[in-house]
Design a protein around this ligand. Structure first.
Ligand code: ATP
Length: 514
């Protein structure tokens, strides 16, 4: 646990030191669970967003984009169920006065059981070597089977209690599992209560007539209320999807995990409108497609898993999370939800407008069903960033900190370094930048010895360092150094564009999904 905490702290301080993520309003001591993205963070975030947008909108001829406003008519949230049901169960510890999400306390308890399973697996893998069959071990080792059963039973009871709004049973479960406050060790808990997560605000200058509004807690509703606008103006035929990225706001009860759980965050969502009855098929299709998108980035297959929901949200008939191995364990990164016709039907009811599709093939009108994929951009940022940060032991007994971001997402693609600040070397470096900057985000760096500059760029996540030396003056060649292997090669200046292009080209990366 201590190692996990240290690793996570390292991620947070590295993000600050290298201009990726800052605490919001830091000079005023910050604002809890609100963050700003610095000069590198904004580029990484944009590249992730582009990578998603291209995969969803550009590569699918039946998916189009949308940019709906953050403010929406307040009835939207009545129709969507957010006013009545967008609650989290909270519990306070009477001694430490700390507030927790009751469901998360139980889930963390189960995560500890999962960690025990993983420990057993690793031990056995070492013992059996190449002959180790993980699946067989998980099914036959009695201790591991018992652990799995225990975790399943707990989650299933939690799911049922939440589904039935039986908050007394959630508290009973916490007591039966003997869960203590992680801060104080105290088991002196209050009752479990529901807490609505939406932020309210007002529209209009006159206090008496101003309208109560909410900051949207998800981007999806902007898509639902525009379903017919897009379908008709784009002459879209079912099945088709609408994708959108944008800010969402939730007054989270507990927000102690950096950009994993924020009060202001960005979502990338896609609603796929389908014929009723085909949702099971599409659910599987989108689970697979989205997992392939993640795997294309090469962060390691073992770092992902599906988690099918026991407790379904009020709108869903099936739901699964893609979980990622964050520095603090496996947690939800993306949700894939079969939302039935809940949202469109409900908006029909509250608006009095028909939100139906005329299907020429069956010659009738109906409210489409919806399959949703929903991922947090900031969570994806954390997944990529934390997974990429490595401390490497080098052959000469030194270590280096390197941020092995997928090259396609790296904020800066190449740093151009003149070996010396004289003899015409800076001029050549600037000429190279003037050529490359049209295609790539590149930087110039002349400060410090070249070895230190390499280390700085490694820690910054820059895939290439290009060094201009005296030989460059004679034969128009430079040294290109690869961040991950640290290998260096001598290449013609005229070849640089092609080399960088091959490494960072989005097409090459996205093709891995096929
Ligand atoms: P959680 O159980 O972690 O609160 P959720 O199930 O409420 O998440 P959804 O409503 O399904 O999340 O939202 C879709 C995605 O939006 C999540 O998978 C996550 O990546 C992202 N997300 C949700 N809440 C936050 C938040 N507070 N901060 C950052 N990202 C978030």
């Amino acid at each position: 646990m201590a190692k996990q905490e240290d690793d996570f702290k390292r991620v947070i301080s590295h993000a600050k030191e290298y201009g990726y993520v800052f605490q919001s309003s830091e000079i005023y001591d910050g604002l809890s669970a609100i963050y700003d993205y610095g000069q590198n963070g904004v580029e990484l975030k944009k590249n992730i967003r582009d990578y998603w947008w291209k995969a969803m909108v550009q590569l699918n001829d039946n998916i189009v984009g949308l940019d709906a406003a953050i403010f929406m008519h307040p009835l939207t949230w009545k129709a969507s169920g957010h006013i009545d049901a967008f609650n989290d169960p909270l519990i306070d510890n009477k001694d430490s006065k700390k507030r927790y999400r009751a469901d998360v306390l139980v889930e963390d308890y189960v995560a500890k059981i999962d960690a025990k399973i993983e420990k057993e697996v690793n031990k056995a893998a070492k013992r059996f070597g190449d002959a180790f069959d993980k699946e067989q071990f998980l099914q036959t080792n009695q201790r591991v089977v018992d652990y799995q059963e225990q975790g399943k039973t707990i989650l299933s009871r939690l799911g049922k209690s939440l589904q039935n709004e039986d908050l007394a049973d959630v508290k009973a479960l916490i007591e039966e599992l003997d869960i203590a406050c992680p801060m104080s060790g105290s088991k002196n808990w209050t009752e479990v209560k529901q807490f609505n997560l939406m932020f309210g605000t007002k529209l209009g200058a006159n206090a008496e007539t101003a309208m109560d509004l909410f900051l949207r807690p998800e981007t999806a509703q902007g898509i639902f209320v525009n379903f017919l606008n897009v379908q008709k103006s784009g002459r879209m035929k079912l099945p088709f999807g609408i994708a959108q990225t944008g800010k969402a706001f939730r007054n989270e009860i507990v927000a102690r995990q950096f950009i994993f759980r924020m009060r202001e965050f960005e979502q990338m969502e896609m609603q796929f409108f389908i014929q009723p009855g085909t949702q099971k098929e599409w659910y599987e299709v989108w689970k697979e497609k989205r997992m392939k998108w993640h795997l294309s980035l090469g962060l390691g297959q073992d770092n992902y898993r599906f988690h099918d929901h026991e407790k379904l949200a009020h709108y869903a008939d099936a739901a699964s999370d893609i979980e990622f191995r964050f520095p603090f364990g496996f947690k939800e990164l993306e949700g894939i939800h079969s939302r039935t016709d809940f949202d469109l039907s409900s908006h029909e009811k509250f608006s009095g407008k028909k939100l139906q599709y005329f299907d020429h093939e069956v010659n009738k009108n109906y409210v489409p069903y919806v399959l949703e994929t929903s991922i947090g951009l900031d969570r994806m940022f954390l997944a990529v960033f934390s997974n990429s940060l490595k401390e490497e032991e080098l052959e000469n007994n030194t270590t280096r900190t390197v941020l092995k971001l997928p090259a396609v997402l790296a904020p800066v693609k190449a740093a151009i370094l003149p070996l010396l600040k004289k003899d015409g070397l800076p001029e050549i470096a600037h000429q190279i930048i003037d050529d490359l900057k049209w295609d790539f985000n590149v930087v110039y760096d002349e400060k410090d010895a070249v070895g230190r500059r390499y280390r700085r760029q490694d820690a910054n996540g820059t895939p290439f360092c290009i060094t201009v030396d005296h030989q460059s003056l004679e034969d128009q060649t430079v040294t290109i150094r690869h961040r991950d292997s640290m290998e260096q090669e001598r290449v013609a200046i005229s070849a640089l564009n092609g080399i960088i292009h091959d490494a960072v080209d989005m097409k090459t990366w996205l093709k891995k999904m096929e």
